[in-house]
Design a protein around this ligand. Sequence first.
Ligand code: ZN
Ligand code: ZN
Length: 120
Amino acid sequence: MICPQCRSADCFRSHRSGLIDFVCTGLGLRPWRCHTCDFRFRARSVALAFSRYAHCPRCGNFDLERIARGRVEDGILVYAQRFLGFPAYRCDPCREKFFSLRPYRRILPSMISTEERKAS
Ligand SMILES: [Zn+2]
Ligand SMILES: [Zn+2]
């Protein structure tokens, strides 16, 4: 999980608090908190702020490889998506191949600590 504020990968599942969190969990959105900047956010497989960009549906990776459409073998409506010319991507860590109409943006977890960021 990448923090939408500081892009640290040092995030952990936050406890639910209150009715809004309860409703969001019902929608598949789970509360998270970032260790680095203490930012609280909601996420499905990726943070909501990043969910409009292409990402791996299995692990939420944004560091994707653009592949030929013919290489996507399974998934819902593969043939329709291939025919319609949807962009195809491959996730290297989990070897998931999928189509996504979302714009591609390579979001990588930042290794910069909060202290370094404040100093600059
Ligand atoms: Zn953060
Ligand atoms: Zn993946």
